[in-house]
Design a protein around this ligand. Structure first.
Ligand code: SF4
Length: 259
């Protein structure tokens, strides 16, 4: 079963990242031509050395960006040069935000588009995982603010009263046998990932936290589910639980019940 990844939503980030990379290359090359005569006065090989470093750097970025675009568009696993892809994500994402600001495109639209690109990698990878290698990582703001149970220490403390989506998410854990954890911040999320060593992560978060998480843990595949914020950011947020079931139906290795 293919996951639905909306092409138009992916397109925004792909367009901004490739355009910003072209602009960066043009500006850097222009700057090099401007300063190279002065550098030559200090040292004859300095301009050539600098130009070579820039060419290698941009070659890696171009390769990474092309692989991202082709993987997202064709949904075939072309993430072969992981270092180049990671470097491209690290460099072109902030550039896309800057270019978006110039073009009056909101940060959250660009971040959401990036999450759709990242989600399209899951179709491209087309991998299956054992349930115990899958981690559902949640933000603390899903918990109902009136609830006095300390689920950030142990999510299984939840009494499953149904006032927030934690109860339904624990039902998913019962049904699929995957792991689940709550992270109260990026540092804790990284620690949980290091300790649990998942091969596949389903992350629930707002667009800002989601993007920094995906960029941090690449190449671990992350399927991002953006939380819903009916009462505003960071309070009583909701998650489309069915979206998590859909992705699990797609990636979990089904165990033979007769075993
Ligand atoms: S389902 Fe009920 S007990 Fe569990 S975290 Fe939500 S409000 Fe608390």
């Amino acid at each position: 079963m293919e996951l639905e990844v909306q092409p138009k939503r992916k397109g925004l980030f792909l367009l901004l990242s490739s355009t910003s990379l072209i602009l960066l290359m043009a500006m850097t090359t222009g700057l090099w031509y401007f300063i190279s005569p002065r550098l030559h006065e200090y040292n004859e090989v300095l301009p050539f050395t600098l130009l070579t470093i820039l060419r290698i750097f941009f070659l890696i970025l171009v390769i990474g960006t092309l692989l991202i675009i082709l993987t997202a568009v064709l949904e075939k696993n072309l993430l072969i040069a992981k270092f180049a892809v990671k470097l491209s994500i690290q460099v072109t994402f902030p550039l896309s935000i800057v270019l978006g600001k110039v073009l009056h495109i909101s940060k959250s639209k660009i971040r959401e588009s990036f999450v759709w690109v990242s989600n399209s990698f899951i179709n491209a990878l087309n991998n299956l995982y054992s349930p115990e290698k899958i981690l559902i990582l949640l933000p603390h703001c899903l918990q109902n603010t009136e609830c006095d149970v300390r689920i950030n220490v142990n999510i299984y403390n939840c009494r499953r009263c149904g006032k927030c989506d934690i109860a339904d998410l624990l039902k998913i854990v019962d049904d699929y046998g995957v792991k689940i954890a709550i992270a109260t911040g990026g540092t804790l999320a990284r620690r949980i990932i290091m300790e649990m060593r998942p091969e596949f992560i389903i992350a629930v978060a707002c667009d800002r936290d989601m993007v920094s998480g995906i960029r941090d843990v690449f190449p671990i595949p992350v399927y991002g589910v953006l939380n819903q914020r009916p009462q505003g950011p960071c309070i009583n947020t909701r998650v489309p639980v069915q979206a998590i079931r859909d992705i699990l139906d797609r990636v979990v290795i089904k165990k033979d019940k007769s075993e």
